[in-house]
Write a protein that binds this ligand. Structure first.
Ligand code: SF4
Length: 355
């Protein structure tokens, strides 16, 4: 466990940077850091599909408008065939991966997940970016397995990489307040570190705006940077604000503004100097802020998501097409390129398919 000293000069400097530096100056620092890491005027994006295999969950996160308690009439678990059909639709649009996440459903046995991985690889082969660290911790507790065995077995069955979902704010006092039944900070980062040890590359996220302090956000960034120093396994960092509408306990929280988003992104670019890529979160902020983010540290435009039940359940409805995504990136002064989860580039087909 890495203990972050909030009284250190480095921490205070980072906090000062986040809270006091004039916005455009902060943006320039982040932009310079971005060009040092990515000297070409290229902005990448990925075509993938979110598949939320179940909405049944016992974690009761106060910010989640997506889940249903067990036995609720609106609870669901997708069948293998439904999942396979969604993958086929994704591939038809040029999709290269599925982002596979779900609630902490106590009724699904571990073998269901393993057989599903095998089923996908056998019948609908695609890169499976799946099971956030919180789900992995839930599996370990539920099936009385070690985290490393959970990851090893899922990998052997077909899992390709682990997403950074459920990171929220990696400070236990915040997690205890908003998601006490979910993986706490050391557990969450422990899954990431174990995944890196087993050769998987992962992304890491931060959802802010749940009443935490600016210092909590800086501590989150410092914790992530420490893990990366040891493993080098994070490919990308993604920050987005809480979408408070419709959430069970946080609907009173203010929607965060563009300036806070840009300050958070830029500060992350400066502090996370050992993480290669930062994503622009157009899904929550819209294309206009998404474009500005490309000069505030982001070098990736994230995902053309065909489905995003968790964010849309909370009221965020920004949608796009491949053509629009490429136009937005081009208008911002960059060349759009499609990528895979590991950020390797995909050769685009001759014609662009509108999603
Ligand atoms: S965020 Fe995930 S773990 Fe938390 S209640 Fe929603 S589905 Fe469950």
């Amino acid at each position: 466990m890495d203990v972050i000293d909030r009284t250190s000069g480095e921490f205070k400097d980072a906090l000062e940077l986040y809270t006091r530096t004039p916005l455009l100056e902060l943006g320039q620092l982040a932009d310079a850091a971005r060009w040092r890491k990515h000297p070409d005027p290229v902005v990448t994006y990925i075509i993938d599909r979110n598949i939320n295999y179940t909405n049944v969950c016992v974690a009761d996160c106060g910010f989640c408008a997506f889940y249903r308690r067990p036995k609720h009439g609106e609870g669901y678990v997708l069948s293998y065939e439904q999942i396979g059909a969604k993958i086929d639709e994704c591939k038809e649009l040029g999709g290269v991966q599925i982002l596979f996440q779900g609630g902490h459903n106590p009724y699904i046995p571990f073998e269901w997940y393993l057989e599903l991985m095998r089923y996908i690889k056998r019948n609908h082969p695609i890169h499976i970016h799946g099971f956030s660290p919180s789900e992995v911790v839930f599996f370990a507790e539920r099936f009385r397995m070690s985290v490393s065995d959970v990851i090893r077995e899922l990998r052997a069955a077909g899992l390709d990489s682990i997403p950074g979902g459920g990171g929220e704010i990696l400070v236990d006092s915040v997690r205890q307040r908003v998601a006490p039944k979910k993986a706490q900070t050391d557990e969450w980062l422990g899954v990431q570190e174990e995944a890196h040890r087993q050769g998987l590359r992962t992304s890491v996220s931060m959802m802010y705006g749940m009443g935490e302090s600016p210092a909590d956000r800086i501590e989150h960034l410092f914790r992530v940077r420490e893990v990366q120093k040891r493993t080098g396994g994070f490919t990308a960092f993604i920050a987005w604000p809480l979408q408070p509408e419709g959430t069970p306990e946080l609907s009173h929280m203010p929607k965060t503004d563009a300036v806070t988003y840009l300050r958070t992104l830029a500060t992350a670019r400066v502090i996370l100097d050992n993480i290669p890529s930062l994503q622009s979160s157009w899904v929550t902020m819209g294309h206009k802020v998404g474009q500005v983010a490309l000069r505030f540290g982001a070098n990736d435009y994230g995902s053309l998501m065909m489905e995003e039940n968790v964010v849309s359940a909370a009221g965020t409805t920004y949608r796009t097409t491949i053509a629009e995504m490429e136009r937005v990136i081009t208008d911002a002064g960059f060349t759009p390129r499609r990528r895979r989860q590991d950020y390797s580039l995909v050769e685009a087909p001759a014609e662009t398919v509108a999603a």
